[in-house]
Design a protein around this ligand. Structure first.
Ligand code: ADP
Ligand code: MG
Length: 702
């Protein structure tokens, strides 16, 4: 374990970051790279060669022998293929070689990655292209180069490409609005993201004994432990020593990779924890979150834990989410969502705030799709996570300000005069004042928005692509209406535009408790969507509105949208299919074996007792045997139904109806089967079962 004082020395030591580039690149090359990073301009080959040479030197000095283009295919995971730096010479020796061309472009044989039909028609291979805006790093003896992954036709086959496109669109539209507002020195606006990551730790030995955890990442059966999270004694509780050692090691590994994790604590559920990094630009934050998830698992393995990133690993206790904190900052250092002391006078703030409100109301369905996954369906709408209805929490003070704007009783630029002359000025909207409404799926938290719907395993690329695009679009609506105005005309016109937008979209604002049934009814009255499951939500992704939005800003073509639609639906069906097969096998073999063994012992015991003591009633044994026998009958029936219904799924050829079938029929069958098995399990002593129970899994961490 390193000493605390050494952190600044090893922090980022495995990253080819700006400091290393400044030290190692010729000045003009360094400047050229910077220009590319900032403006997305083309990089000349000689510059790329020079960067490649410096990267190679640095990587070899730090123990790397290989390099890999690292990319994020549409599976939601990351992918890599390693090439050695070595290049054989005619005399039998080797030199270590790495060219600008190899840095800039790669051609992995990627035909096995899902492309949703995009690539199959003309070219099986895709290519990877260096993303200089996310720094290269060393891991496991290889130099990792973050890249985008596209088809030869230029279609995006990954999550980074559309994310970068959305950041560009957002910057473009935001700068346009800021120029109209007179902030002419702003040339670039960046989306910033900090994603809080929840996870569970369980003992590795126990984990390995559960096929459901191994194959599906969640438990498919298991009676609840007598104790769950009701005592709320785990949240922010004292870290157990071994867990603490894990977190320490994890911090260190992440810090070496320049990932600024800062906060860690126990979460609500037993065995559940959270970590949060300091925010970064969206692109780097996404890369870093992907890396974080990988390293979390790897370090857990070293500590004899398994790290569960599934959104709902255990029934009956909280699942895991990933809060996506999001804001906008200018190249001049301004956080556009910071209200300042007088938000009612702060035109840029109000403009961007109302743009976000507009964006979220207009595209709530797409935001819902962006967090859709088979695992997250078990969370959203259940009584622990934000509901599947998207609403925005802004807190009481901003609600008042927005109300006045909507009513037209105040114009932002005159607010201090008309509204607050002589009266108290509004207090600074501190984080604490914006409350901690934990039930809101989309909350303003002082100087950023926190989107709380993403699941713990999700790539945060998805929600940020949608958010960036939706806000870009709202901003473009604003600037369109201000086109051709003189600077003197802008404030009045802008007030009018903001008022119109607010009146149109204020239905999405909701400060109350989002977990209640009353809200579900109220939301329906307001016309807000409640898209409960992935199959419910997916059709929105390929709706005309979605196609118009994404093509208008150059984020996705219609084909790219359709390919993602196909992949998600297919993945959903496959996931539940595997879950069904796993549950069937566990019940058919493992559970049944355990139950039989217990019944056998019970029966033998009763018979022996009877022999010894003919007058014995054997009431306990008889009742238990009879109850378990009845459960046995029910289990057979439920298992047979699940088997047959799962087979029937193969007849569904349309992707959407297939997904729906899995959700409506197969998942329901699985729940029915689980109910009986769990009831039976609660009568069987732990030792008879070949896998650990909930009690063991959740309460054995030290
Ligand atoms: P909590 O939500 O627990 O109160 P914080 O408010 O400190 O915690 O921060 C939560 C996350 O929000 C952190 O990852 C933090 O880096 C991130 N965050 C803070 N400011 C911004 C910002 N301007 N843009 C994006 N994320 C931010
Ligand atoms: Mg938070």
């Amino acid at each position: 374990m390193s000493e605390m004082k050494k952190i600044p020395e090893y922090y980022g030591s495995l990253v080819f970051n700006d400091r290393v580039m400044r030290e190692r690149l010729p000045k003009d090359v360094y400047r050229a790279v910077h220009k590319t990073i900032e403006n997305g301009t083309h990089l000349e080959l000689d510059v790329a060669n020079s960067v490649a040479a410096a990267m190679k030197e640095w990587a070899i000095e730090n123990g790397a022998t290989h390099f890999t283009h690292w990319f994020q295919p549409m599976t939601g995971l990351t992918a890599e293929k390693h090439d050695g730096f070595i290049s054989p010479e005619p005399d039998g020796s080797v030199i270590m070689d790495f060219s600008g061309k190899e840095l800039v472009k790669g051609e992995p044989d990627a035909s096995s990655f899902p492309s949703g039909g995009l690539r199959a028609t003309f070219e099986a291979r895709g290519y990877t292209a260096w993303d200089p805006s996310s720094p290269a790093f060393i891991k496991d003896g290889s130099l990792y180069i973050p890249t985008a992954f596209c088809s030869y036709g230029g279609e995006a086959l990954d999550k980074k490409t559309p994310l970068l496109r959305s950041m560009q669109a957002l910057s473009h539209e935001a700068v346009k609005v800021l120029h109209i507002l007179g902030l002419k020195d702003v040339t670039r606006v960046t989306a910033t993201v900090g994603s809080e990551q929840e996870y569970f730790l369980v003992s590795k030995d126990l984990y390995k004994k559960r096929k459901d955890l191994l194959f599906t990442g969640r438990t498919l059966l298991g009676a609840n432990a007598p104790k769950g999270q009701e005592m709320e004694d785990h949240y922010f509780g004292v870290l157990k020593p071994k867990v603490s050692a894990y977190m320490h090691d994890l911090d260190e590994e992440l810090w070496k990779l320049g990932i600024p994790v800062k906060t860690k604590h126990n979460e609500v559920a037993p065995g559940q924890h959270e970590l949060a990094p300091v925010f970064e630009t969206a692109n780097i934050a996404v890369d870093h979150n992907q890396l974080t998830m990988e390293i979390m698992k790897k370090v857990a393995d070293k500590h004899n834990y398994a790290c569960l990133l599934h959104e709902k690993p255990f029934e009956g206790i909280n699942g895991s989410g990933k809060h996506n904190n999001w804001s906008l900052s200018t190249n001049t250092g301004l956080n556009l969502l910071k209200p300042g002391k007088h938000p009612e006078e702060n035109l840029p703030f109000l403009t961007f705030l109302i743009a976000v409100i507009t964006a979220v109301d207009e595209n709530a369905d797409l935001l819902r799709v962006s967090v859709a996954s088979p695992g997250n369906d078990h969370r959203l709408g259940a009584n622990e996570a934000p509901p599947a209805i998207i609403s925005i929490f802004v807190g009481d003070e901003l609600t008042r300000v927005l109300h006045d704007i909507a009513e037209g009783t105040v114009s932002p630029q005159h607010a201090s005069v008309t509204m607050y002359s002589g009266a108290e000025v509004l207090p600074h909207i501190a984080k604490d004042n914006t409350d901690r409404n934990r039930t809101s799926p989309f909350a303003f938290t002082g100087n950023k928005f926190e989107f709380r719907m993403p699941g713990s395993a999700l790539s945060v690329a998805n929600p940020n692509i949608v958010l960036n695009t939706a806000v870009a679009d709202a901003l473009s609506q604003i600037s369109e209406r201000l086109e051709g105005m003189t600077p003197e005309e802008v404030p009045d016109k802008l007030t009018e535009v903001l008022r119109d937008l607010l009146n149109k979209h204020k239905r999405v604002l909701f400060n109350g408790n989002g977990y209640t049934d009353a809200w579900v009814e109220e939301a329906a009255r307001r016309g807000l969507d409640n898209l409960k499951s992935l199959p419910d939500a997916m059709p929105r992704w390929i709706s005309q509105k979605s196609i118009d939005l994404f093509t208008r800003h150059g984020i996705f073509t219609k084909e790219e949208l359709v390919s993602r639609y196909d992949i998600l639906l297919e993945n959903y069906a496959k996931t539940i299919h595997i879950e069904s097969l796993t549950l069937q096998e566990m019940v058919r073999k493992d559970f049944t074996a355990g139950m039989m063994a217990y019944l056998k012992d019970l029966t033998a015991e009763a018979l022996q007792k009877k022999e010894l003591l003919p007058e014995a009633a054997c009431k306990l044994e008889k009742t238990r045997i009879r109850t378990l026998d009845e459960y046995g009958t029910q289990i057979i029936a439920a298992l047979t139904k699940l088997e047959q219904d799962t087979q029937r799924a193969e007849a569904e050829t349309d992707l959407l109806s297939c997904a729906r079938y899995y959700q409506e029929v197969v998942l329901t069958d699985m729940e029915e089967l689980r109910k009986v098995v769990d009831a039976a399990e609660s009568l069987i002593p732990d030792d008879y079962l070949p896998y650990p129970t909930y009690s063991k899994l959740l309460f054995s961490l030290r």
